[in-house]
Design a binder for this molecule. Structure first.
Ligand SMILES: Cc1ncc(COP(=O)(O)O)c(C=O)c1O
Length: 430
């Protein structure tokens, strides 16, 4: 997305804000299409026997499922909720891969019954539960095992997942993993297909992936001394970093895939074995730069010698990332020229939390109440992590393409937030 450009794919942001209200999420379909095209060129078209599974957690609604289907890619889900939405929106279950560190029994039952393409096993005893339902529904579900190779990626602690101290996956400990892998052989419905890792999110170093591969391949060598299992598939997760502010690096997918695929090919060639299918699960890098958030400015509070707080009509409820892991964003006032002297202000939300800060220090032209603020590159883990704190409704989502706009998720109403509430049970008779 280009900064300082107050229209998106031919749609003016001020007009969108006036038509649909704020806060509002706006996505450029073209940007998502370009990302997928680049990914296909660097991965699925460059190497045979590879596939892309978009990580639903980054952003999912019905339209997004339609987009994924249109692009002919797969979908990675991590909950019964994501799975249900995907199925309802018409996704072929065989093109769904099911991840998650604590899959509930009903989620596993649904996944097995519907015949999802893969389940990524992530906990001790999970194979048994999958087999229970696979035997009942006589449904074959190939299994991959998620491993935590012990790589410490340089990203925020909360989005690093491949280190040893992690709630995700299995450490590469033969003693503990071998019985789990052996257990797959107890049912014809749960064939072992291979391994999965996801090292973290917002990563910029391909060496992390190649180091993880080295560790995994050493483990596989060791495993083969105890059990004969074919390595049919390797899922290398997602994690590819994106720029959030002007001047931050924007790396092409090939920067990651070239060294990674070389490493995979070399290992299997050396072993005289066929290379497994390779799958990637990006989320952020597909939708992050495609989305932006629009807010109306409300109160402006200048504390002499301290800072100026510019409050907007959303905040941590529609974008928790700055509060959760100090994520940094860039914003601008729509329609206001950046020429002339700006002021450094703090953009804050309207929630009752001091930590409800969207952008800590942002230089903007003199700001007035009712100005429209755009925050760029909020397309990933913004809406999908939204909450109803302070009973703030979740924003609507508009997609734009070729000068046309499409409302794809309506703004939530206040009544929808509390529609499951029941009356006070101790009401006195009148
Ligand atoms: C298992 C798994 N796959 C894929 C992803 C997507 O990562 P990203 O959005 O950084 O590409 C995540 C993110 O947490 C994940 O946990």
């Amino acid at each position: 997305m280009s900064w300082n450009n107050h229209s998106l794919d031919g749609c003016h942001l001020e007009e969108l804000a006036n038509r649909y209200g704020t806060p509002l999420y706006v996505y450029s379909v073209k940007t998502m299409e370009n990302k997928i095209q680049e990914l296909k060129q660097a991965f699925t078209e460059a190497y045979p026997n590879t596939r892309i599974a978009y990580a639903a957690k980054a952003f999912l609604n019905k339209a997004m499922v339609g987009f994924v289907m249109d692009q002919g890619i797969y979908l990675d889900v991590v909950s019964g909720g994501e799975l249900t939405l995907a199925l309802e929106a018409g996704m072929d279950p065989e093109r769904i891969e099911f991840n998650g560190n604590n899959k509930l029994a009903w989620e596993i039952e649904l996944a097995v019954k519907e015949g999802v393409g893969r389940i990524i096993v992530d906990g001790y005893g999970e194979v048994e539960l999958i087999q229970h339902y696979a035997n009942i529904y006589k449904q074959t579900v190939p299994l991959l095992f998620r491993i935590t190779p012990g790589i410490s990626a340089d990203s925020h602690d909360y989005i690093v997942t491949g280190k040893k101290d992690s709630k995700f996956g299995f450490p590469l400990d033969l003693q503990r993993l071998l019985p789990e892998i052996q257990a797959t052989q107890e049912s014809p419905y749960t064939p072992f297909y291979g391994f999965h890792f996801h090292l973290g999110s917002q990563l910029f170093e391909p060496e992390l992936y190649t180091e993880a591969l080295d560790l995994l391949f050493t483990f596989y060598d060791e495993l083969l001394e105890h059990i004969q299992v074919d390595f049919k598939e390797l899922n290398i997760g997602g994690g590819f970093g994106i720029p959030y502010r002007p001047g931050e690096p924007s790396l092409p997918y090939s920067f990651f895939f070239e060294p990674l695929m070389t490493k995979v090919t070399e290992y299997f060639e050396k072993k005289g074995l066929p290379r497994p299918a390779v799958i990637t699960e990006p989320g952020r890098s597909i939708v992050g730069e495609a989305g932006l958030s629009l807010y109306r400015v409300g109160t402006v509070k200048t504390l002499e010698g301290i800072r100026t707080y510019v409050s907007v009509d959303g905040g941590m409820t529609d974008n928790i990332r700055p509060a959760l892991y100090q994520a940094k964003y860039h914003g601008e006032l729509v329609g206001k020229d950046r020429e002339g002297k700006g002021e450094v202000v703090t953009i804050c939300g309207k929630c009752c939390e001091s930590g409800d800060i969207l952008i800590q220090d942002l230089e903007i032209p003199p700001v007035d109440s009712r100005d429209l603020l755009v925050v760029y590159n909020t397309g990933a883990y913004g809406y999908s992590m939204a909450s109803n704190y302070n009973l703030l409704p979740k924003p609507g989502i508009v997609w734009v393409k070729d000068g046309k706009d499409y409302l794809v998720t309506k703004p939530q109403t206040i009544q929808q937030i509390y529609e499951n509430d029941l009356d006070y049970p101790f009401k006195k008779d009148e």
